[in-house]
Design a protein around this ligand. Structure first.
Ligand code: DGJ
Length: 735
C-alpha cells in the first residue's frame, strides 16, 4: 500500500494490496495523464505505458496539430473548449463570458494518514484513509487552481477520487459543471452494469455491452433516485460473480448525478462521474472553492463478487458511523403497512405488546402522527403530535411502550411542506418554487428550500424538540417527492443555480447536527421506498429502507441489485403481510422471513391480526435471525445464484470472516426441471473445514467438508409442497 512519485519517469504510482493506479505528467506543458488502472503491476516499464509516446501529435513537436493531440490524450481531468471534444469534466464561465479551461500540472503532495475531511465538513466522505495524493494544477490563463485527490486505505483495495476548484483569479466565475472523476481507460470490449428501476422496483441489475458514443446514467430529480443509482461497474464481457476484471464506480452523493461512458472514435473508453450539470451553476467568488463529492473506485480481478465484498468491507470500516456499524440493530416493527394513516395510541400499543411477545426490540410509528394528518394531503412541516390520534400524548405513549419493554422510533419527512399546513400558511416563501409559476405537486406536497438557513434551523429545532421530549432512539427520515420548479426566495439570481446542490448539503447539515446533538440516535433514511440509497446517505444512516415493495419474490432482485455495492446490514428488509400489499402475491411466512433475513430484519404488518400459529412461526424466524445477525453485520456476502438469470431460484451465502460460520439461503421461485434434486456449489468456505449443516430440510444435521461443498456441491432434495425456501446454517466443527 503506497503512493509514490517516481521522479525518473514523472509518474505517480498508487498501489493498494492488489491494484495499481498510475498517473503521468508530460514533459512539456505538464498535462496530467491517466496511464493505468487495474491489477497490481511492478514499477518496471510503467513509463512505457503512457499513450503519447507512440504518437506523433505531441504539441511540442507538432504545434500545428494540437487539436489532434487534445482529442486523444488520456486526461485525468478534462478541461473545456480547448480541443478535447470528448465528455469534459468541468465548465467554467469567466467574468467575460468565455468558456475555456485547461489544467496543467503545478506540483503534488502526498499526505500521510490521508486527507480526511473532518466531521464539520458537510459533504460525506470516507474516513481513516491511509494516504492521499493531491495533484495541484491550474489554468494558467484564468489563474484558477484545481486539486485532484486520490486516497487509499491500509486494509482495502478501493481508491477514492475527488476534485476541488479554487477561484484564485481576481474575478468571480460561474462553475457550470464539475465532475469528480474522469478516467481514460483502454477498452477491452467491456460490458457495463448499472442499477435501474422505479417506485417499488429499485436497483434492478442491467448488464449490457457499452455502446459506441456516449451512454449516460443520471438523475435530475434532486435525489439519487429510483430510476438510476450512482453506481456503475465496467467489466470484462465474460466476467461473472467469481472471475474476470470488474471496475466499480460509486458516487458519494445524494442529489443529481451523471455517469457517462464514452467509447471514442479510437475505440477507447472515457468514463466520467459527478454532480449532474443540469440546472447546476455555482457562483464562485474570488478565493472561494468548490469540492466535488468523492467517487469510490474498486477494481477486482475476482469478478463481481470480489468487487461487492471490497465495497462492503470499505463502507463498513470507512463510511458508516463506527458507533453503529457493527452493533446489533434493533429488530423493529413499523406500523405503515399495518395501519397506513388509520391508527391511534391504542393501536400502536396493541402492536407493541404483540411485538414484544415475539421477540422484537422496537416499534416505529410511521407517517400520520402529527398535525392533522389522516391522509397524504396535509400537515407536513407541522411537527407536533396529533392528540386526536395519540390521545395520551407522545411522551406518555413512549413511556408505555418502554414499559412494555420496547424502544420507540418515529417517522419524519423533514424536507417537505404540505400546501395545507400551518407551516405553509406562515411561511409560503419557504417552499421551492418560481415566482409567477404554479409549482408541480407530487403526493400533494412541496419541497422546503433548504438553501435557506432559517428553514434548516426550523427543521432542526422541530425534530430536536420532539426527540428531547421523550425517549426516542430511532428516526425514519423519509423524502417522498422530487425537486422541480427550482426557485428560491433566499438565493439571488447569481446563486439560484446552486439550489439543488445546496438542498442536498442542507439535508447533510441537519442530519449531521442531529447526530451531534443526539449521538445515540439511529437514523434510517428512506425516500419513497429506496429512492435515496447511496453512500452519502449511509454516512449519516447505517441502514436505508430499500423499497416499498415488500413482496419477498420482488425483493430478491431489489436486494441482489442493492448488495452489488452496499453492505447487507444497510439494506432494510421487512416481513409484510400475505397477500402482499403491492403485488397481491401470497408467499409463505418462511419465505418472507428468510428473504427479510438477507439484510437488517424487521416487520411491517399488523401482527395483532395473526393467529397463534402464525405468531409462533414468526417468533421462530425472529429467533433464527438473531442467530445470524452477526453474519449480516460483518460477514462476507457471496451470491450463489440469481433468479434474475435462471428464472427458477435465487440463493446467497453470508460467511463469517474466520469462516467458522455461514448461512446459505435458497429461494425456489419456479419449478425445477422434473422437480429433481438440486446440487448447488457453495462458495467462500474454508476447503479444509468440516461443516455441520443444519436445515429444516434435513431430519438430522449433516457433516461435509468445505472442499466438497464448494466443488461437488450441497445436495438439496426435492420436498414436495413443503419446499419453497430453505435456510441452511453451517458451523465448522473441526479445523
Ligand atoms: C414512503 C415510505 O417508503 C414508506 O415506508 C412510508 O414511510 C410512507 N412513505 C409514509 O408516507
Amino acid at each position: 500500500m503506497s503512493i509514490r512519485y517516481l521522479s525518473e519517469y514523472k509518474l505517480f504510482k498508487i498501489d493498494t494490496l492488489r491494484t495499481s493506479y498510475i498517473i503521468s505528467i508530460t514533459d512539456t506543458e505538464g498535462f496530467i495523464a491517466h496511464v493505468y488502472y487495474g491489477k497490481l503491476i511492478s514499477d518496471d516499464d510503467t513509463n512505457y505505458l503512457l499513450r503519447t509516446y507512440d504518437n506523433h501529435w505531441l504539441p511540442s513537436e507538432l504545434p500545428q496539430e494540437r487539436l489532434n493531440f487534445m482529442n486523444m490524450f488520456p486526461f485525468e481531468f478534462c478541461g473545456d473548449n480547448t480541443g478535447d471534444f470528448r465528455e469534459n469534466s468541468i465548465e467554467i464561465e469567466d467574468c467575460n463570458g468565455n468558456n475555456a479551461v485547461l489544467f496543467t500540472y503545478d506540483g503534488y503532495e502526498i499526505i500521510k494518514n490521508g486527507f480526511n475531511r473532518n466531521h464539520e465538513d458537510l459533504m460525506p466522505s470516507l474516513y481513516n484513509k491511509s494516504e492521499t495524493l493531491v495533484i495541484y494544477a491550474s489554468d494558467k490563463v484564468l489563474g484558477i487552481k484545481l486539486k485532484l485527490y486520490y486516497s487509499i486505505f491500509d486494509d482495502n483495495d478501493a481508491i477514492v477520487r475527488s476534485a476541488e476548484i479554487v477561484n484564485t483569479s481576481d474575478a468571480p466565475i460561474y462553475l457550470n459543471k464539475m465532475y469528480s472523476v474522469c478516467i481514460d481507460m483502454e477498452n477491452y470490449d467491456y460490458d457495463m452494469i448499472s442499477l435501474h428501476g422505479n417506485w417499488g422496483r429499485e436497483r434492478k441489475i442491467e448488464r449490457y455491452r457499452i455502446p459506441a458514443g456516449e451512454h449516460r446514467i443520471s438523475s435530475t430529480r434532486g435525489r439519487s433516485s429510483h430510476q438510476a443509482n450512482p453506481f456503475v461497474a465496467i467489466l470484462d464481457s465474460n466476467a461473472d460473480q467469481n472471475r474476470g476484471d470488474v471496475y466499480g464506480f460509486n458516487l458519494v452523493y445524494s442529489g443529481n448525478f451523471t455517469a457517462v461512458s464514452e467509447i471514442t472514435q479510437f475505440g477507447e473508453l472515457r468514463y466520467s462521474m459527478g454532480i449532474n450539470p443540469h440546472n447546476f451553476r455555482y457562483h464562485l467568488d474570488v478565493n472561494e472553492s468548490f469540492s466535488a463529492p468523492e467517487v469510490v473506485l474498486v477494481y477486482s480481478d475476482c469478478g463481481i463478487g470480489g468487487m461487492s465484498r471490497t465495497y462492503h468491507d470499505l463502507y463498513r470500516k470507512h463510511l458508516i458511523n463506527p458507533d453503529f456499524v457493527f452493533k446489533k440493530r434493533p429488530l423493529l416493527i413499523n406500523n405503515w403497512e399495518a395501519t397506513y394513516f388509520d391508527f391511534d395510541d391504542e393501536k400502536i400499543l396493541s402492536i407493541a405488546r404483540k411485538a414484544k411477545s415475539i421477540g422484537l426490540d422496537m416499534i416505529v410509528m410511521d407517517d400520520g402522527w402529527f398535525g392533522t394528518r389522516n391522509d397524504p394531503n396535509t400537515s407536513l412541516g407541522d411537527w407536533f403530535v396529533n392528540e386526536n390520534k395519540i390521545k395520551c400524548g407522545l411522551p406518555e405513549l413512549v413511556r408505555r411502550i418502554n414499559d412494555i419493554g420496547l424502544d420507540f422510533g418515529l417517522w419524519f419527512e423533514p424536507e417537505m411542506v404540505s400546501p395545507v399546513s400551518m407551516l405553509n400558511s406562515m411561511h409560503p416563501d419557504w417552499a421551492i418554487k418560481i415566482e409567477g409559476r404554479e409549482p408541480a405537486l407530487e403526493r400533494n406536497q412541496l419541497v422546503l428550500d433548504l438553501s435557506n438557513p432559517e428553514v434548516r434551523e426550523y427543521i432542526f429545532n422541530s425534530i430536536k424538540n420532539i426527540i428531547s421530549s421523550c425517549n426516542i432512539k430511532y428516526i425514519k427520515w423519509d423524502m417522498n417527492r422530487q425537486l422541480t420548479d427550482l426557485g428560491s426566495s433566499y438565493l439571488d439570481k447569481e446563486h439560484i443555480g446552486e439550489l439543488s446542490h445546496r438542498f442536498v448539503m442542507g439535508v447533510y447539515e441537519i442530519q449531521g447536527r442531529l447526530l451531534k446533538e443526539f449521538p445515540y440516535l439511529f437514523i434510517e433514511n428512506c425516500s419513497s421506498g429506496g429512492a435515496r440509497f447511496d453512500p452519502a446517505m449511509l454516512y449519516y444512516s447505517p441502514q436505508i429502507w430499500a423499497s416499498d415493495d415488500t413482496d419477498a419474490i420482488e425483493r430478491l432482485s431489489i436486494q441482489e441489485g442493492t448488495a452489488l455495492c452496499y453492505p447487507l446490514s444497510t439494506i432494510s428488509c421487512h416481513v409484510s403481510v400475505s397477500p402482499n400489499e403491492v403485488v397481491g402475491r401470497c408467499t409463505p411466512m418462511y419465505t418472507r422471513s428468510k428473504v427479510a433475513s438477507f439484510g437488517t430484519f424487521g416487520c411491517e404488518l399488523d401482527i395483532t391480526k395473526l393467529n397463534d400459529i402464525e405468531l409462533a412461526e414468526l417468533k421462530e424466524h425472529i429467533e433464527d435471525y438473531k442467530n445470524i445477525s452477526d453474519l449480516v453485520l460483518s460477514g462476507d456476502y457471496y451470491r450463489i445464484s440469481s433468479y434474475n438469470d435462471n428464472q427458477t431460484h435465487d440463493s446467497w451465502m453470508i460467511i463469517s470472516k474466520d469462516k467458522q460460520k455461514a448461512v446459505f439461503t435458497l429461494v425456489q421461485v419456479a419449478a425445477r426441471h422434473n422437480n429433481r434434486e438440486l446440487k448447488i456449489r457453495l462458495k467462500g468456505l474454508n476447503p479444509d473445514y468440516l461443516y455441520k449443516i443444519s436445515s429444516p430440510l434435513y431430519k438430522e444435521d449433516i457433516l461435509l467438508h468445505g472442499n466438497v461443498l464448494m466443488n461437488a456441491g450441497l445436495v438439496i432434495p426435492y420436498a414436495r409442497k413443503d419446499f419453497l425456501t430453505r435456510e441452511f446454517i453451517l458451523n465448522a466443527v473441526k479445523c
